[in-house]
Design a protein around this ligand. Structure first.
Ligand code: ATP
Ligand code: MG
Length: 600
């Protein structure tokens, strides 16, 4: 492609609305244009990158025996009602774009395709002989994200590869899952990314496991905890660890103490001269279930620990049927306004005890009359602990479970693992922390959707069984931007060769020099013929401008038909290292072929 003929517009300054380097660079270098909130046009250079990523993804998927298809983006509401997800996706989470057609039928724009694929499986899979089966597509997804941001990282319209496997049993699913794990590792390695596969939260979907593939970068929205021995890595949402030992209690007998102005653990511990590990902290949450019931949840946890809200949400989801629901649609620490809706009197926030009376709750049709009391494992073994006295400005010391406070029957692990904690598998290893961009997520779904939608098959014994499913997603557009986030410098993007829009750019410093033009044209033609995807910068611009643009758009090799042509050579500059070589014109094609082959 000739730059003179291309829609090629680069910006000198950083666009105002872009926060992270990759977003700024893709806008500045003319790869993407913002059309609306979370909605971007992929311009020709970007489209080439996306096609390269897609092709790598496709090759790795095909190598596992998965088959490509293309599913509809318009999805009838009935399917989502069958799976039970219509209300959560359109109303509660509100992530799905829904619409009504001229016949008053409700439809949605696909945020994901479990419902569609399960319908197909229900109709087409009859026998174990058809299994296992893995279908995938590469397609635009729509999600009405609460906070679309960072360009392609969190769009409302983005490209995903999603695969769905159907297996006869868990064992077969595990095999497919392993194959996908390998395929995902290959995809990311081939795309030139530095990544980590981490244990992930499977959330309400349950199943026996899920892995996220994280591209390591400071701008990542996720935190990864890992050990240096390489044996453990998990998303902080899911991570487990050993808490520090609690200190020996400072108090030996039960007593109520006046502790003015101690509504935080820090102030309390300063006042009482004790350790946070001797305190039972009681955190109040408001949970709303999908059928509309609000439940006030009291979590008792050791004072030095924080509640992991993802783990808490999972525990609450397990209790959903008790409250006539399936899922928790909101979980938050209630502020003063929220409390007004159900509190009969002012809460002694910061001074709550594990036994705070249920008569604080004004029960209505939608509000459960009693606190749901949970205790985290870290608080269970504490002796002579400090906790609130249910009265502002007062705490109790020297308290024991079962003497002064009934130990909640629900003992759970809802603590947040954190940097510096000791690892479970080896207490000598401590957890390290890194930021990651989640580019892929693979999931063992089990039979949630097949059961809900009646997708069964007949096994060898002639019995009808629900299909066992897995699902496997890769954010193609997010991955492409993540590559930039991991590889740039002050002058622009540095694409990994495998996903660069072009391998090389031939730059003519002076288009009024006939010899420069002639050699450039010849190289441009020969390189492209040899399969080296090459741009020609034949614009009537100053050489400096051309070099700057080539750096900005991040093409791996720049070939300059400058002074060296007098000696039958051209200059070749590697974008990444900035190493420059003078190479005989006759050897350019073979040299570049070698370099690119090595890096792809
Ligand atoms: P996140 O936690 O970042 O919202 P998710 O768990 O909702 O991701 P999945 O439903 O597992 O994501 O989708 C599979 C992949 O699609 C993700 O790993 C990610 O790479 C990509 N993806 C998800 N949401 C977006 C988005 N809004 N914009 C771009 N890519 C996305
Ligand atoms: Mg999401």
């Amino acid at each position: 492609m000739r730059l003179s003929k291309m829609l090629f517009v680069t910006l000198r300054d950083d666009p105002a609305d872009a926060e992270i380097p990759s977003h700024k660079l893709l806008l500045r270098a003319g790869y993407i244009r913002r059309i609306g909130s979370g909605v971007y046009a992929y311009l020709p250079l970007m489209w080439r990158v996306l096609q390269k990523v897609s092709q790598i993804v496709r090759e790795e998927m095909n190598a596992t025996g998965a088959q490509e298809c293309l599913l509809p983006q318009l999805q009838p509401s009935e399917l989502w009602r069958e799976s039970g997800r219509w209300d959560t996706y359109t109303k509660a989470e509100g992530i799905m774009f829904a619409l009504t057609d001229r016949r008053e039928q409700e439809l949605a724009l696909g945020p994901t395709h479990e419902e569609v694929i399960t319908t197909i499986a229900r109709e087409m899979i009859r026998s174990y002989r058809q299994l296992p089966l893995n279908l995938y597509q590469i397609q635009t997804k729509f999600r009405d994200e609460i906070r679309p941001r960072f360009g392609l990282m969190r769009g409302r319209e983005f490209i995903m590869k999603d695969a769905y496997s159907f297996n006869a049993d868990e064992e077969s699913l595990k095999k497919t899952y392993q194959d996908m794990y390998q395929a995902y590792s290959n995809m990311l390695r081939r795309s030139g990314l530095s990544f980590r596969a981490v244990e992930a939260d499977s959330g309400a979907i349950g199943g026996t496991g899920s892995t996220e593939f994280m591209v390591l970068a400071e701008a990542g929205e996720d935190e990864v905890l890992y050990t240096e021995d390489g044996k453990y890595a998990a998303n902080v949402e899911k991570a487990v660890s050993l808490p520090a030992e609690a200190e020996i209690p400072s108090f030996s007998s039960y007593e109520k103490r006046e502790t003015p102005g101690t509504d935080t653990i820090e102030k309390l511990c300063n006042f009482l001269k004790c350790s946070p590990t001797q305190v039972v902290k009681n955190v109040l949450y408001e949970a709303v279930y999908d059928h509309g019931t609000t439940v006030l949840v009291l979590v008792s946890i050791r004072g030095d620990q924080e509640v992991n809200e993802v783990k808490l949400q999972n525990e609450l989801t397990k209790l959903a049927s008790q409250y006539g629901g399936n899922a928790v649609i909101k979980l938050a620490v209630p502020d003063a306004d929220a409390q007004k809706k159900w509190a009969t009197k002012t809460f002694p926030l910061g001074y709550i005890a594990p036994d705070i009376a249920d008569d604080y709750i004004q029960s209505t049709k939608d509000v459960a009359p009693k606190f749901l009391r949970l205790v985290d494992k870290t608080a269970v073994d504490l002796k002579n602990f400090v906790t609130g006295a249910n009265e502002s400005g007062y705490h109790v010391v020297g308290a024991n479970w079962q003497e002064k406070f009934k130990l909640p029957t629900l003992i759970v692990d809802v603590r947040k693992a954190r940097l510096g904690d000791r690892a479970m598998h080896n207490p000598e290893q401590t957890l390290k922390s890194a930021r990651g961009i989640e580019v892929g997520h693979i999931f063992q779904l089990g039979s949630k959707y097949s059961k809900a939608m009646g997708a069964t098959y007949t096994n060898e014994q002639g019995e009808e069984k629900p299909l066992v499913m897995g699902c496997y997603g890769v954010g193609v557009s997010r991955l492409a931007q993540a590559a930039v986030e991991q590889s740039y410098d002050k002058d622009g993007i540095i694409w990994p060769v495998a996903i660069a829009p072009y391998h090389a750019i031939v730059t003519i410093p002076n288009i009024n020099d006939a010899q420069q033009v002639e050699i450039a044209e010849k190289l441009y033609t020969e390189l492209n013929q040899a399969g080296i995807e090459t741009l020609l910068d034949d614009r009537n611009e100053r050489a400096g401008v051309k070099f700057k643009d080539a750096d900005l758009i991040g093409i791996p090799y720049r070939i300059v038909t400058g002074r060296a042509i007098a000696n039958g050579k051209v200059e070749v500059v590697e974008r990444k290292s900035r190493n420059s070589h003078e190479i005989p014109i006759t050897e350019i094609v073979s040299t570049l072929k070698g370099w690119i082959g090595d890096r792809e």
